[in-house]
Design a protein around this ligand. Structure first.
Ligand SMILES: [Zn+2]
Length: 573
């Protein structure tokens, strides 16, 4: 009974705007199925404290994913997730919508790691660190091999005439190309850590590791060397990636909401690091150990024992994927992808006593809009092309879910005509808001659109045509470029689709005072704006899925995108 009262109140509030809503253009036959009241009901669930900020991976995130799947199943949509053999029977009709991603993080066990040389014992962190986290024990003579990189194009082979089998490689310095590449990667990861995600991935001038060149670790693994010891100068990148030697103790029993220790290594998608080649322990020696190693250079009998122990933690998360088959026997082979990220940043540092980062706008709003779009498409007429609705995991961790999906797609990416991505569509700037942190927040009838002016004038024409015949939202192109200093183009899941050569259109309301703060809560959302934006996305999606000719990529693309497209192609399995 109480619920019904609440529902009636919400419906009445929503009704105020419905009366004033323009009639949906005929290219959007079921737009009225998208309502502020439905989205309110969904978003108050997805961004409730019970979801604990939907961190990847977490029980709160899994709960949100099952909630999405449960709705999708009711509307008769088809799953686009795990193949039948990999589905969990305990998840019944929901399993088809879940596309699992295996995660792994490993951390060096400092207490169990050591180096022994000339009767001295050296400790982890005080005397050395690991560059690759590879665990193992290696005992053998030292062999000094310069920088240790084999560069095929330059005919550089530091190992000519040296048999490394059963030995420990000692390497000093790096080729200048590697130094430049690692510095660029360091900046890339720092950017990723400070924002929603990072910039375009730097490219190594030496070419591809393993084919164009071999790292000392790769050469060691292929030629029977047991371990690699580096001097302290290079590898700032490796140090950053591996993080500190020990994590803060897992005190989850005592405190259900531990503050995550800073700089703990993020989880890795294990399918991205296939164990095709054996790895050897690789360490960086600090000054004391390094001096002892140099002293041993003149002693051909000098032996060392390198022990690196590591604790591995496995977990899994999932994208949620639903498919709607198109009505046209030919065009249904093509897809429009509509995406949002379901995750947020979880539980963290308290602000005003609040430790749950609810992520109502980021990206509960996009996830909620996407769910209502799925409902509108599933319960209304079908467009000619098929639609894939995708809720991504791990966006906040580095666009994991979309990277995974574009690497291991469950639909043919060559048949995807566009990705429409919604990441933050629920906040608006009030006229009397003088908070400088809200300077870039869009107004109630405004939204940033990113992508068309980067890569597809066709897509911009379709977008404008639909919008001009509908809500006439103010479509702001401020971030619609690849060279904006805030790098918005690179900071959500659409960029992984763009890198695959797919035209993309990203809807974004702008950074605001509650961005990535515990105060990003559902009561601050402008549900009327969400309704307008989601209906507009629906109408654009409908048009793209129905028009005879899909949008083409521009003949001339920004060099950064061309480069990223080539990089994605090279990285595809
Ligand atoms: Zn986001």
């Amino acid at each position: 009974m109480r619920k019904l009262v609440a529902f009636t109140t919400l419906a009445a509030v929503a009704g105020l705007s419905l009366a004033a809503a323009p009639k949906a253009p005929n290219q959007a036959p079921n737009a009225e199925a998208i309502t502020a009241s439905f989205m309110q009901d969904v978003l108050y669930f997805l961004s409730s404290d019970a979801m604990e900020g939907r961190n990847t991976p977490s029980r709160g995130f899994d709960t949100a994913a099952l909630f999405i799947a449960s709705n999708l199943a009711q509307w008769g949509l088809t799953g686009g997730g795990d193949p039948p053999a990999l589905r969990d029977p305990k998840q019944g009709p929901l399993a088809q919508f879940l596309y699992h991603i295996e995660l792994q993080s490993s951390q060096v066990n400092a207490a169990a790691s050591s180096v022994e040389l000339a009767g001295h014992q050296y400790g982890y962190q005080s005397d050395f660190t690991s560059t690759n986290g590879a665990a193992g024990q290696a005992s053998g003579p030292l062999v000094f091999v310069g920088h240790g990189y084999v560069e095929h194009k330059q005919n550089i082979d530091p190992y000519a005439g040296i048999n490394v089998r059963g030995k420990i490689l000692v390497v000093e310095g790096q080729p200048p190309e590697m130094v430049a590449y690692e510095s660029a990667m360091l900046a890339y990861f720092r950017a990723a850590q400070s924002g929603d995600s990072g910039a375009a991935r730097p490219i190594n001038a030496l070419g591809a590791a393993g084919s164009d060149f071999l790292t000392p670790e790769q050469y060691a693994a292929q030629n029977g060397a047991l371990a690699v010891i580096h001097d302290d100068a290079p590898n700032p990148l490796a140090a950053l990636l591996r993080g500190p030697a020990t994590a803060a103790p897992n005190n989850s029993e005592a405190n259900p909401y531990p503050t995550p220790p800073p700089n703990v290594p993020t989880m890795e998608m294990t399918r991205f690091q296939p164990k095709t080649a054996a790895t050897v322990p690789s360490i960086v020696a600090k000054a004391g150990l390094w001096n002892a190693i140099l002293a041993a250079k003149s002693d051909p009998a000098a032996r060392a024992t390198v022990t690196v122990a590591s604790d591995v933690r496995k977990a899994r998360t999932e994208d949620v994927v639903a498919l709607l088959e198109g009505s046209d026997p030919v065009l249904k082979k093509q897809y429009v992808i509509i995406s949002a990220h379901l995750d947020h940043v979880g539980i963290g540092r308290a602000l005003n006593g609040d430790i749950i980062y609810n992520g109502a706008d980021d990206d509960g709003s996009g996830s909620t809009g996407l769910l209502n779009l799925a409902k509108a498409f599933a319960t209304g007429p079908r467009p000619k092309r098929s639609i894939a609705f995708i809720w991504h995991a791990g966006e906040e961790k580095g666009l994991w879910g979309s990277l995974y999906f574009t690497r291991y797609p469950t639909i043919p990416l060559a048949q995807v005509v566009t990705d429409l991505n919604m990441d933050m569509i629920g906040r608006s700037r009030a006229a009397n808001d003088n908070n400088a942190a809200d300077d870039r927040l869009t107004k109630a009838d405004e939204i940033y659109v990113i992508g068309p002016q980067v890569s597809s004038a066709d897509l911009e024409r379709t977008m404008d045509k639909v919008n001009n015949s509908y809500y006439k939202l103010s479509l702001n192109h401020f971030y619609d470029r690849t060279d904006d200093p805030e790098q918005i183009f690179y900071r959500s899941d659409h960029v992984n689709y763009a890198n695959q050569g797919i035209p993309i259109l990203f809807f974004f309301d702008g950074v605001h005072v509650d961005y990535h703060q515990p105060g990003d809560e559902p009561q601050k959302i402008d549900y009327q704006k969400m309704e307008k934006v989601a209906r507009t996305v629906y109408a654009i999606g409908w048009t793209l899925a129905t028009e005879a000719t899909p949008p083409r990529l521009n003949a001339v693309l920004p060099p950064a995108l061309v480069k990223a497209m080539a990089g994605a192609k090279a990285g595809n399995p």
